[in-house]
Ligand binder design. Structure first.
Ligand code: PSU
Ligand code: MN
Length: 303
């Protein structure tokens, strides 16, 4: 396995010292936000994690290796290339074998983090069961990855472009616990409350770590979702985001968008329809997730 993995020097040093490491995805950089906000946010999120005493490890595929930890230049490359492939479980062998540039999704990043021995991964929002999945069969590979790969995924819930109720049902079926930090309910990305309860609430990182360690000690392989809501001041008005979401979904249907293009299309449409305000919310919630994730990684490393 090791020939496929390449650790940056800071991540290698942190790992050798047994320090807390937090994985970060790169699809959010290459396909989730526009340049240059994407690169700036990626750097800021890394510095939030460093400031909390943990080591960030942004993950991508570059020149035929899975890179665990990127330099500023590599973040820049991913952020402005415009040609990075969106890499989920299905795509990983192809991008490695071809030597292309790959931005890992939640599923792709979980796989790479697990290979690298990293237990905590911070993202914005997880993929899920799309609205209308009963006819489109569009269910993100993120959910199957959560079912089998033992990484804790810290997020601000799932976007309302998805069917959040069905997403939670799917996770329950696959035995994936959904924890919430700071409130009882699962978060809805741009807004704090999805209207659905999380399975368990743990506000304290030591409690989260105890739950997660217990699951894995029992040999119950698979991920854990830790949802934390967007900070109040950065949340979007619910009615506005609901209206814009419906518009974006209608546009996707009109244009026949399908497969892996669906999520990036919807994210870009929402950003355009909110006049860029959704981007500010997105940036704020990722930084907040980074704080929560760093605390969790420190607690897991301490146990
Ligand atoms: N949701 C977001 N922002 C994102 C994504 C999802 O709010 O950037 C990205 C993540 O990388 C996630 C992927 O893993 O989209 C899911 O894509 P799909 O629905 O095609 O599985
Ligand atoms: Mn899909």
């Amino acid at each position: 396995m090791k020939p496929w993995l390449a650790f940056s020097a800071p991540v290698a040093v942190a790992q050798a010292a047994g320090r807390a490491i937090v994985a970060l995805e790169s699809t959010i950089i290459a396909h989730g936000m526009p340049y240059p906000e994407n690169v700036r946010t990626a750097r800021e999120v890394e510095s939030v994690i460093r400031g909390m005493g943990a080591e960030p490890a942004t993950i991508a595929v570059i020149d035929g290796r899975i890179r665990i930890g990127l330099s500023d230049e590599e973040l820049e490359l991913l952020g402005r290339s415009g040609t990075a492939l969106k890499v989920s479980r299905r795509d990983l062998p192809a991008v490695l074998a071809s030597g292309g540039l790959g931005a890992t999704t939640v599923a792709g990043t979980m796989i790479c983090a697990a290979l690298a021995g990293i237990e905590v991964f911070v993202t914005g929002g997880i993929g899920g069961v799309h609205r209308g999945a009963e006819t489109s069969f569009d269910i993100s590979a993120d959910l199957q990855e959560l079912a089998k790969t033992s990484v804790a995924v810290v997020c601000a819930g799932a976007k309302s472009i998805l069917d959040i109720g069905l997403t939670l049902e799917y996770l329950e079926t696959h035995g994936v616990p959904v924890l919430s930090c700071g409130q009882d309910n699962f978060a809805a990305f741009y807004t704090r409350d999805s209207g659905f309860r999380a399975d368990f609430r743990f506000d304290d990182a030591m409690e989260q770590a105890r739950f997660i360690r217990t699951k894995w000690d029992l040999g119950l392989a698979g991920g854990v979702v830790l949802s934390t809501p967007v900070p109040e001041a950065a949340a979007m008005p619910r009615e506005e985001i609901d209206r814009i979401t419906l518009q974006a979904l209608a546009d996707a249907a009109d244009q026949g968008i399908a497969g892996k293009a669906v999520t990036p299309f919807l994210l870009a449409r929402i950003k355009a329809l909110t006049g860029g305000r959704s981007l500010a919310t997105n940036i704020a919630l990722v930084k907040h997730n980074a704080e929560v994730g760093a605390k969790l990684a420190l607690a897991l490393a301490q146990r």
